[in-house]
Design a protein around this ligand. Structure first.
Ligand code: SF4
Ligand code: SF4
Ligand code: SF4
Length: 280
């Protein structure tokens, strides 16, 4: 490859193992594309690729088998149609997310809206190391926040109100044994509760309510040659504070990290307590 597209190594361009062919990677907002964008991607693949599209594990879409001489056209058409190129290297990469409360019956937070905010604000920002963010709408963690540098999943804090008739629906749906009902008096074990909110949704008498909803926050997860599970550093933040919380984690990371270190590497080197102190 000549130098013309060297910048694009960091912006949605990957060299294939087949000499002189490239993959152009387009990012999505939490996996969402309009039908018009999908048609455009299909057209681009027909015109410049091999007529196929590849969905990556991080919700991006790749057009393969693009020749170098055609890259400028692909980039121009991608840009003109409002599609966003993915990002690589030591910077904030595409935020991935599940559908969250916008679609999923179990969702308690609006992951799609948060992903759009983070995409506009953060994607492509230079960092000491690669920084991946994942958002899940509930503790089921379908977007795997625990194996991302920064991961959030939705949580609720349930509260008991009046009107219980002792039907035990809430006990049946609670998968972690946090809900008990004695007579017609429900009780939630705060130690066991994971904040899924299913008890509230299952109650026919509205005898349970959501006291507050927001996100649990993990840092330092990653998958690769040295995989790590993230640490839950904040068990609850209000949904409206998610962006500022992520900004705070990034500030601490930038202050503490050596070049090339990911958040998990910093946590391993200085200890979780020291990282949390910096966050505070
Ligand atoms: S994490 Fe929860 S809200 Fe998101 S898709 Fe899975 S079950 Fe639905
Ligand atoms: S919110 Fe979920 S984990 Fe907590 S008590 Fe209700 S059902 Fe159980
Ligand atoms: S589901 Fe509602 S009414 Fe039924 S036992 Fe639980 S709190 Fe009581």
């Amino acid at each position: 490859m000549n130098g013309q597209f060297s910048f694009s190594k960091h912006h949605g361009l990957l060299e294939q193992q087949q000499k002189d062919f490239f993959a152009v990677r387009v990012r999505t907002i939490a996996g969402n594309l309009t039908s018009a964008q999908m048609r455009k991607l299909a057209d681009l693949s027909d015109k410049y690729g091999n007529g196929q599209l590849h969905i990556t594990t991080r919700q991006s879409v790749e057009i393969h088998w693009v020749q170098e001489k055609q890259l400028a056209c692909v980039f121009r058409e991608t840009h003109d149609s409002g599609l966003l190129l993915a990002v690589r290297g030591p910077r904030i990469l595409t935020t991935i997310g599940c559908p969250g409360i916008a679609l999923c019956k179990q969702g308690v937070c609006d992951t799609t809206d948060l992903a759009a905010q983070l995409d506009a604000l953060l994607v492509g920002r230079e960092q000491p190391g690669k920084t991946k963010i994942a958002l899940s709408g509930c503790p089921n963690s379908c977007a795997k926040p625990q194996i991302n540098d920064i991961g959030l999943h939705g949580v609720v804090v349930p509260a008991v109100v009046d009107g219980c008739d002792g039907c035990n629906n809430c006990v049946a749906v609670c998968k972690v044994g946090a809900m008990t009902v004695s007579g017609c008096v429900p009780s939630v074990s705060a130690d066991k509760c994971v904040g899924c909110g299913l008890c509230v949704k299952s109650c026919p008498k509205q005898a349970l309510a959501v006291e507050k909803h927001g996100y649990a926050v993990y840092i330092g997860g990653k998958i690769g040659k040295r995989s790590m599970l993230g640490n839950k550093v904040l068990p609850f933040i209000p949904e409206r504070e998610a962006v500022s919380c992520i900004e705070g984690i990034l500030c601490a990371y930038n202050r503490l990290a050596n070049k090339g270190e990911r958040i998990g590497d910093v946590v391993n080197r200085i200890g979780l307590a020291a990282f949390q102190k910096e966050l505070l």
